[in-house]
Design a protein around this ligand. Structure first.
Ligand code: MLT
Length: 258
């Protein structure tokens, strides 16, 4: 299904019955990343997925897709569906957007479940990497996508989960170049939302992976615990949905059940 947001077609899907859960994918991903989880939670929940603007099948909106703007797109979808309260589950960039959402619409959120994500802003080193990524994306998009997705998984996983990682790469090659760049700019410019996370008064969970090259597990876990978040650290790299699927799914199921 699609809806129109600022003249862009945004793809979404709704399945199941029960309390609403909205699944927010990460950078270079789309709603397809949730396919292994959906059948396991759809009996007891209304499960909503979305492709963020400029990723998946959704059209880009602007030159910079800020986390706030993406949170506003999520809100527009929930309003369209007449949903006034939902649990948000966000992977990585989807987690940054979850935090932007609670900053704006805290009263609409029942619970948050963050996966391989952080409340921290980009460090200056990371901002410099974003700038180089944008340059590479402008010149050699396929090389950037292949390298980025390849680097997210730990070395062991690269062969073991080659098919899933190749699926992700091939899917991302079809995304509009300007959409990917807009998301890179949005992540680069995002602010620190540790305070926002800390103030959120309802249940909050964070799953981290020991060898995640993007989100440092120990440091991020400590910070989140100080913000009152229930944290679990599992093995593997940044792509827990692929690299440690059973642990991710049981974490989400138990967080949803509490
Ligand atoms: C993601 O998986 O959404 C991104 O890798 C997050 C990031 O680059 O900060």
């Amino acid at each position: 299904m699609t809806f129109n947001y600022q003249n862009a077609n945004i793809h979404y899907n709704v399945r199941g019955k029960g309390p609403a859960v909205i699944l927010l994918h990460g950078f270079l991903e789309s709603a397809t990343m949730w396919n292994p989880l959906i059948p396991l939670i759809v009996d007891k929940h209304t499960v909503i997925t979305i492709d963020f603007p400029g990723l998946g099948k959704s059209e880009p909106i602007a030159e910079v897709h800020t986390m706030t703007m993406m949170a506003e797109v999520v809100d527009a979808l929930l309003q369209k569906l007449n949903i006034d309260k939902a649990t948000l589950i966000g992977h990585s960039m989807g987690g940054y957007i979850t935090l932007a959402f609670i900053e704006l619409f805290e009263e609409k959120v029942a619970k948050i479940i963050l996966l391989n994500s952080t409340s921290k802003a980009d460090s200056s080193e990371r901002k410099a990497i974003r700038d180089r990524s944008i340059q590479l994306m402008e010149k050699r998009p396929k090389a950037f996508i292949s390298m980025a997705i390849g680097n997210w998984a730990v070395e062991d996983s690269r062969e073991k989960f080659k098919e899933d990682l190749d699926f992700l790469k091939n899917q991302a090659y079809t995304f509009p170049v300007e959409g990917i760049i807009a998301a890179l700019r949005g992540m680069r410019n995002r602010k620190d939302r540790t305070e926002v996370l800390s103030k959120f008064p309802r249940p909050k969970y964070l799953l981290l992976a020991e060898d995640d090259p993007i989100i440092a597990a120990k440091e991020t876990g400590k910070l989140a615990q100080q913000a009152g978040v229930e944290v679990k650290i599992i093995s593997g790299g940044h792509m827990s949905m692929i690299e440690n699927q059973s642990a991710l799914i049981s974490f989400v199921q138990s967080a949803l059940a509490h």
